[in-house]
Design a protein around this ligand. Structure first.
Ligand code: HEC
Length: 163
């Protein structure tokens, strides 16, 4: 599953590593048209999620190309943390719509949803606060993985897969 080739990547050992990373981050499920037509708070949180996904891709690109810009990566870390902190407010009770992929279980287990939001914020703050001298490719890969696991864990519990 983690090593299944994606059509967006060519195959080959280096590409397989990139695929594994993309899958770990849940980026394979990003759909450009997912939120077309959404409005209000549902649209706002979809935009937040999309910005986070964009930032994660930028980090993944640094790892992949081995061109790590430590300051830029730290900045991304703090932006992702700020975005993750918006989640609890961007999921007010019962805010579902036809286009939303949110599951109603968010509100029957909101403490857990909050904890999963905090897990992303914490992992992102860890990246933001990494000493730039220590932020090499391998450290960034680890940070990305730590953040990516929180996406996966929350999506598995609280996001409906529509495609
Ligand atoms: C605390 C839970 C939680 C965490 C953590 C989380 N997400 Fe989400 N995400 C959701 C939920 C719920 C939805 C569905 C929202 C909706 O459709 O109303 C979603 C939707 C998305 C979407 C689709 C947005 C759209 O336009 O429809 C993307 C992309 C996404 N998340 C990326 C990420 C990435 C990347 C991470 C980790 C860096 C992440 N998410 C972390 C809960 C979470």
């Amino acid at each position: 599953m983690r090593f299944a080739p994606l059509s967006m990547f060519k195959t080959g050992p280096a590409r397989v590593a990139a695929c594994a990373l993309a899958l770990t981050l849940g980026l394979a499920t990003v759909s450009a048209v997912a939120h077309q037509g959404a409005t209000g708070i549902v649209k706002e949180r979809m935009d937040t999620m999309s910005e986070i996904a964009r930032d994660m891709k930028a980090l993944a690109a640094m790892v992949k190309s081995d061109k790590v810009d430590a300051d830029a990566a730290r900045e991304i870390g703090s932006r992702v943390a700020e975005h993750a902190k918006l989640f609890p407010d961007q999921f007010p009770e019962g805010s579902l719509s036809e286009l939303s992929e949110a599951r109603a279980e968010i509100w029957t287990d909101f403490d857990d949803f909050q904890a999963k939001s905090d897990a992303l914020a914490t992992a992102a703050v860890d990246l933001a606060e990494t000493d730039p001298d220590d932020l090499d490719r391998s450290a960034l890969r680890q940070a990305l993985k730590a953040m990516g696991q929180t996406c996966k864990s929350c999506h598995e519990s609280y996001r409906i897969k529509k495609n």
